[in-house]
Design a protein around this ligand. Sequence first.
Ligand SMILES: O=C(O)CCC(=O)C(=O)O
Length: 259
Amino acid sequence: MQLTPEQLLQFQSDGFLILPNLFSPVEVALLRAGMDRVFRQDDPANIREKHSQVVRTAMALHQRDEVFARLARHPRFVEPAQQIAGPDLYIQQVKINVKEAFTGEVWQWHQDFATHHHDDGVPEPLALNLHVFLDDVNEFNGPLYFVRGSHRFGPAATRHDTTTTSYPLWVVPPDVLKKMTARGELVSAKGSAGTALIFGDVLVHGSPPNLSPWPRAIFSLILNPVKNHSTSEKRPQHFHHRDLTPVVALADNCLSGAR
Ligand SMILES: O=C(O)CCC(=O)C(=O)O
């Protein structure tokens, strides 16, 4: 699948794209079945909420379940990513982030690059984050918030937050965010299950707690140019995979039959 010239311009201008209903209800059902399987596993890559102990993030999914091995190579993700970031991309991270109804906790404002750079030694902010909603995401169940155009500020001053999130995250402090929002509006990324997002490594984003009665699960794939690979192995490999083999797109119907 190729992005149109208009979509590419919009990505360059806003720093993100929302692609409504990119995956069908049947494909979402296959992915949700995979999510149930990996969440039942007793695996250190299932990271739990600090307070409720339910799974907040499940990582290394392409190594743990066939449906996610295929999704990480899906042409609707890989081909647009290659258009933006170049042909040779490796699979850096594959996860699902969940915000359970009533208890799902916050993700502080951050740029993914800060953690990729400080913790993994990634040189440049070239990676892309590709999401697909596994639930309907609305304004109440903890959508991602973006600061439109914040990628144009480049890497921002950061603070290492080891208390709020279930794993340490380099976050954007409030005074920096305030300056950015004076120049770029806040957008909440909403849509039906199957909607996809693409955003770059320095786009500022975060998400509020889920106070609603509706759970919210989002699959996330990070692809990084091979030439921009990590140079530190400080974090366990489920945070940043070491295999630099360039990803090859599968057929468009690759999810059917995966279980
Ligand atoms: O899933 C979310 O709400 C945000 C997650 C996020 O920003 C991240 O994993 O970097």
